[in-house]
Every structure is written in C-alpha cells, then in structure tokens.
Design a protein. Structure first.
Length: 211
C-alpha cells in the first residue's frame, strides 16, 4: 500500500467520528442551492460537528509537505468516464469512479480539465461555507451528494477544525491543464444506489454508486 493511501486511510478513520454531523435532511421547497437547479429541495444549514478524538500522529509537517493534497488515482482508471459535468468557461469535470468503501464512505474520484482559453480559479469549488473556505483553500470541499429517495444531503467529510477529506491546494488550471481530484462522503444506506452529485460552478449530474 502506498504512503499516500495509508495516510488517507488513517485520516478516514478520524473523519468517521464526525460523519453523522454531515448528513442533513432535505427540508422545505424551492431551490436546493446554486448548483442544484430544479431539484425542488433545500438543505438545512450544516450543523457543528461533535467533538472528535485527535487524528493519529504523523511525522511533523506531513500535512504541508505536498503542494497539492490529493489521493485521487490510487484505484481509479482515468480512461473510465462515468459522467461529465460542464463548468464555467470551458472547464469540465469527468467522473472516473464512485465507490462505496467498507468503512462506510463513498469516494468520488474525477479529473478536472480546463478546456477554455482563460486560467480556471479553483477557489470557487470550495463553495461558500466559511469553515470550508477558510480551512481548505482551493479545494473541492463544496461538493455534495443528494439522496433524493432518502431526502438527505451528504457533505464532504471534515474534522472538527473544518479540514475536508478531499483534494485541497489545487493550483490554478491554465488552458489545457488538468488535475485529478477526490472527495469522500458518508455513505448513504446500501439501498441507495444512485445520487445527485454537484460541485460549485459545475452542473449537477446523477451518479451510480458501485461497491
């Protein structure tokens, strides 16, 4: 197992303790947010996560060594294209894998490519939640899954400090550039096999969960 995969697995165990706080029932009517056009559902605001134990100790500075924090591509085949989400100014996100893990998570792995003629700013993909934006600059922490049957919205896992289990520190994408990203969510019930997936500035798409 690679060092990157080992670190991600240890982080996932820590994030599991706060995953319940990130599963919110959909209530009310009207728009579900800027990226859920036409869904007719609206999520309750995220609740403050409960106290969690400290993450396993790692070598000093291990969280800051890499310029870009990503575990994408460990098991995903980049040639697999499950769905495409059109973003702004020619940016496209291609979904490569949507996998239910044995630990009770769903991991979405994807590639974002700038097909436009202007640099793409990844800061928009973190959404507008202040904690996520502050603790996860230039990330895909604004992503959500919606279980329409169960009427629940699932946010990217994060710890009590707001650090998400997702790709962070994404560099601005110049025209023609691409980058692999991942996002990990609490898993919906096993009976839920399809969810709506959205990231700020991208269109919403329906995804089937494997595993």
């Amino acid at each position: 197992m690679s060092m990157r995969s080992s670190i991600r697995n240890r982080r996932a165990l820590t994030f599991a303790s706060v995953s319940a706080a990130l599963v919110l029932a959909l209530t009310g009517c009207g728009s579900g947010g800027g990226d859920d056009e036409g869904k007719g559902e609206k999520a309750a605001p995220p609740a403050a996560p409960p106290a969690a134990s400290a993450p396993p100790s790692e070598s000093p500075g291990s969280d800051t060594v890499e310029q870009q924090d990503t575990a994408a591509g460990e098991n995903a085949d980049p040639s697999v294209k499950l769905a495409e989400l059109r973003g702004q100014a020619g940016v496209v996100m291609t979904i490569n894998q949507v996998q239910r893990d044995s630990g009770g998570f769903v991991t979405v792995q994807a590639e974002i490519k700038n097909g436009g003629d202007q640099p793409a700013n990844p800061a928009q993909w973190a959404g507008s939640e202040s904690v996520i934006v502050r603790e996860n600059l230039s990330s895909v922490g604004g992503a959500t899954l919606v279980d329409k049957v169960g009427k629940k919205r699932y946010y990217v896992l994060r710890d009590t400090d707001g650090r998400c289990l997702c790709t962070t520190k994404i560099r601005p994408l110049q025209p023609g550039d691409s980058t692999a990203v991942f996002m990990q969510f609490p898993a919906p019930p096993n009976t839920t096999t399809e969810v709506d997936f959205s990231v700020p500035t991208f269109a919403t798409t329906s995804l089937k969960i494997s595993g």
